[in-house]
Design a protein around this ligand. Structure first.
Ligand code: CDP
Length: 326
């Protein structure tokens, strides 16, 4: 895709060679990149892009480009991390060295650790973890290109990838950023707007049907009244993102085998009530090896089951992971 179009800020400073007074929202209600105050950048979502993963998603949100792979539910390695009552979610957010204007140190920093933690916890609110005791759901997120709002872009993509893996959830998780520039409340801030002197930048993620908040982070200072208004702006606009997520899942369903579609039906159902029912009918006995959620070989027609598949060498993957960290 073409690079995000040159903003008025770039154009102005190039022309005059010095800083000018900027209007974050001009008299016509236009922002520096030409959007209105409630306009999102263009969003494209494609599910099921990585055949080797159990679930996957590629998302573009303006200039942000992210790729998500989901593996699991599968055996927990190292074993001591296993929870006998529920699955654990391991969310790994990473930014590629080339994803920012200044080269980023590829070593994971505190920011990536923080984003991984809060995003994993947000998804935990959505997934029926208790159905898969002693297992791990691993979510690997790579930011390939960035221009503010990557944690929300990644979380939104990750929810689609989890659904694509056929993992049962109460609801998808859908995120949006809202904030303030001058005295205007705006949606989906870009990097210029986020870096404005008095900017307020609030990342929010919801379970979109119940509007339960599962992630909330903010930079800047606002009054309680402003916060309530911003939250309303977030709720009013998050639906747009949710619709694009559902569309991506519907499109990917068309390319899937019937038994996989069965596991994904709940995300496509119209009734919010469906998203909240948990029948507890699943086998909850501890499992070894990989938990097979679906038949992945497109040329075989085995039954969908939750039975274990023994790894020939269950520690191999963990050893490889550790080796990679050194
Ligand atoms: O991406 P998000 O808005 O969720 O997180 P942030 O910490 O507020 O970062 C805002 C933006 O700063 C990112 O989207 C990147 O474009 C940029 N950034 C950067 O240039 N270098 C970094 N090491 C981290 C972020």
């Amino acid at each position: 895709m073409a690079k995000e179009k040159e903003t008025k800020v770039d154009a102005k400073s190039k022309k005059s060679g010095k800083d000018e007074k900027l209007f974050w929202v001009d008299s016509k209600g236009k922002r520096v990149d030409g959007r209105g105050i409630n306009d999102l950048r263009a969003i494209k979502i494609q599910a099921g892009v990585l055949p080797n993963a159990d679930g996957s998603c590629y998302l573009e949100w303006g200039q942000n480009k992210v790729l998500v792979a989901v593996n699991g539910p599968r055996e927990v390695l190292p074993k001591h991390q296993a929870n006998p009552y529920r699955a654990i979610v391991r969310y790994t957010y990473r930014m590629a060295a080339f994803s920012v204007t200044e080269r980023k140190n590829p070593r994971p920093g505190r920011r990536e650790t923080e984003i991984s933690k809060v995003s994993g916890e947000a998804l935990e609110r959505a997934i029926f973890l208790e159905r898969f005791p002693n297992t791990a759901i691993d979510i690997f997120v790579e930011v390939l290109d960035s221009n503010a709002g990557t944690r929300i872009a990644c979380l939104t993509a990750a929810a689609v990838a989890v659904a694509d893996a056929g993992i049962p959830m109460r609801d998808l998780v859908t995120g949006i950023t809202v904030g303030r520039a001058d005295s205007h409340q705006i949606v989906d801030l870009n990097k210029h707007e986020e870096d404005a002197e008095d900017a307020v930048d609030m990342a929010v993620a919801f379970l979109p049907n119940s509007k339960e908040v599962v992630l909330l982070q903010m930079d800047g200072e606002i009054t309680q009244e402003e916060y309530s208004k911003l939250m309303q702006v977030a709720m009013d606009n998050v639906e747009k993102v949710y619709e694009i997520q559902k569309k991506a899942l519907k499109e990917s369903v068309e390319n899937k085998k019937p038994e996989v579609v069965e596991g994904m039906e709940q995300y496509l159902s119209a009734s919010p009530a469906d998203h909240h029912s948990d029948d507890h009918n699943h086998d909850s006995s501890p499992k070894r090896g990989k938990v097979s959620m679906k038949e992945k070989d497109p040329f075989s027609f085995g039954e969908t089951d939750y039975t274990e598949v023994e790894d020939e060498n269950p520690d191999a993957e963990h050893e490889a992971f550790d080796a990679g960290k050194e």
